[in-house]
Design a binder for this molecule. Sequence first.
Ligand SMILES: CC(C)(COP(=O)(O)OP(=O)(O)OC[C@H]1O[C@@H](n2cnc3c(N)ncnc32)[C@H](O)[C@@H]1OP(=O)(O)O)[C@@H](O)C(=O)NCCC(=O)NCCS
Length: 175
Amino acid sequence: MVLTDLRIRRAVQNDAAALAEFAEKTFSDTFGPDNRAEDMAMFVASSFGLEHQAREIADPRWVTLLAEVDGSLAGYAQIRREHTPACVTGPSPIELYRFYVGNDWKGRGLAQRLMDQVRATAMDLGGRTLWLGVWEHNPRAQSFYTKCGFEDVGSHDFVLGTDRQTDRIFSVSLD
Ligand SMILES: CC(C)(COP(=O)(O)OP(=O)(O)OC[C@H]1O[C@@H](n2cnc3c(N)ncnc32)[C@H](O)[C@@H]1OP(=O)(O)O)[C@@H](O)C(=O)NCCC(=O)NCCS
């Protein structure tokens, strides 16, 4: 399948089940190999599943974007307004909370198209600074974000199950 068939749209309630399945799979594919199974299982149980993703889609402070190719999920992104870490100093900050593409779509330009849409959506929501946390041991994602203009501005803790980890915090101006 080719990228010209790509459609990016906002998720609706009906998408919750497919999103839950895709989100759990992409999370497990990404972090499963480098983390303890017990920590992964705890985190997955507290973050993914029909009820979790249905609540996220319904939350007015969140926007969930789905990237579909030929009607199948190929990626997704979630933007939200929550607490902003002090190291993010730009105006009107908004968080890119999750950003994932399926294994078949890595390195094919889909992530860039999804990021363009994330930026446009964040600006529509009044955001002027986009920030995110990315695991210190996730070099591919860090390279991608750097390529998109993000800069490393600090760090915060991220707890995966029982494991306290360090996320780098990346930020970019939307102006
Ligand atoms: C992060 C993600 C969205 C980026 O999309 P992508 O299609 O893989 O991105 P690209 O291929 O355009 O860019 C990745 C860059 O990292 C580089 N790269 C690949 N493996 C790398 C590694 N081990 N170390 C450093 N850089 C690496 C690639 O060469 C590429 O750079 P280039 O275009 O200059 O060659 C995608 O890889 C993904 O979904 N990963 C799993 C989920 C994830 O980690 N999400 C982020 C959570 S914060």
